[in-house]
Design a protein around this ligand. Structure first.
Ligand code: SAH
Length: 356
């Protein structure tokens, strides 16, 4: 039984007891709002490590990837570098430094809701302009959008198949806090694809309305303004069933109900849907491929050797970081990479190989 220690736990318990069950999405939104609002969860001392925090090579290669697109598009003016959920700002700082070597210095826009993380991002990227949401991004030039481990933090909706049909999966209070199918007879069958209608009772179907809305808006913008979007995250490339909701704390899995707001709630990203949304707005899609294939194609091997030659004392650390980023069993296969670009922009590098 969960002790429900924190303030948010008490507030949510009262809300559920007072006005009924809340959706999984609502629970995730409340928990992650508090979690990221509190500050910096990254690094060895924190709850999880992301790719840009493992090595500068990650952000540098993304900066080179963007520069390559920009140069092959004949250096359009008024380009905007846009990052969704930039964390500490490390990826952006590394990418912008790599871009500046080619005299490419786009305006910088961060879509970030956490005040505490905004402060930290400003230290790494002092010229950043902040946005609460993608709708306020500039409309006057191409958008080059990067989202690393962003979409997995957005709330997901879950539907569960009961003997009486599909129902919203909700959070209830019943001797503690737990998941249940929404009581009553509100049918949700219309929100589940035909292919999954006849699944075993207990099956769970996930969707992320927030992720879809953001991808749709950005695809629209890129279609009219030009540019590209690069999404890197853990996720799946074909639609499927099952709950992928996880709570992560101190580099380990946690109970999502133990102390909401104190752990990261994440869900696997549906790359199949993100790609379809981009196509619906007439973008050209590349991938998804794996992070290992993508970074290798961009030359992480050569970059690691160059860095090791310049700093022989760090040689082992550099090669260890490279391996963490690209090896199967580390981040190389679990993480997927998807790009989508305006139809009149060139096809991006990094997607030549088959999905490993
Ligand atoms: N991209 C970073 C951080 C990933 S963690 C890295 O790779 O290190 C998720 C990031 O998304 C955090 O910066 C968090 O504050 C932000 N975030 C979470 N939900 C958000 C939302 N709805 N809108 C904007 N930013 C959000």
């Amino acid at each position: 039984m969960s002790p429900d220690t924190g303030q948010l736990a008490l507030r949510l318990a009262k809300q559920i007891e007072g006005s009924g069950p809340i959706s999984v999405a609502e629970y995730m939104r409340a928990s992650n709002g508090e979690y990221y609002g509190a500050g910096d969860p990254f690094g060895v001392e924190g709850d999880f490590i992301t790719a840009p925090e493992i090595s500068q090579m990650f952000g540098e290669l993304i900066g080179m990837w963007l520069t390559d697109l920009y140069l092959r598009q004949n250096s359009p003016s008024n380009c905007h570098y846009v990052e969704l959920g930039p964390g500490r700002g490390t990826l952006a700082a590394d990418a912008l430094r790599a871009m500046s070597k080619f005299e490419f210095a786009p305006a910088v826009h961060f879509v970030e809701t956490s005040e505490a993380l905004r402060a930290q991002q400003l230290q790494n990227v002092p010229l950043a302009t902040f946005h609460e949401r993608v709708e306020t991004l500039p409309t006057d030039g191409p958008l080059l959008v990067v989202a690393n481990e962003f979409f997995d933090a957005l709330p997901i909706r879950q539907l569960i198949l009961t003997h009486a049909g599909w129902r919203e999966r909700v959070v209830v209070r019943d001797r503690g806090t737990k998941f249940a199918a929404m009581p009553g007879s509100y049918p949700m069958d219309g929100s589940v694809p035909a292919a999954f209608q006849n699944s075993p009772v207990g099956s769970i179907f996930e969707s992320s309305p927030d992720a879809a809305a953001i991808m749709y808006e950005l695809s629209n913008r890129i279609a009219t303004q030009g540019g590209a979007i690069l999404v890197i995250d853990y996720g799946y490339t074909q639609p499927g069933l099952g709950s992928t909701l996880q709570a992560v704390k101190a580099h380990d899995y946690a109970d999502p109900f133990l102390d909401p707001g104190s752990c990261d709630l994440t869900a696997h990203v549906n790359f199949f849907e993100l790609a379809n949304l981009a196509r619906m707005r007439n973008l050209v899609v590349a991938g998804p491929t794996t992070q290992g294939v993508f970074l290798s194609a961009l030359g992480i091997g050569q970059r690691a050797h160059a860095l090791a030659e310049a700093s022989p004392d760090r040689r082992e650390d550099i090669f260890t970081a490279r391996d963490r980023l690209i090896k199967t069993g580390e981040m190389g296969t679990l993480f997927k990479v998807l790009a989508a670009h305006a139809p009149d922009w060139p096809a991006p590098e990094g997607f030549g190989g088959p999905l490993a």
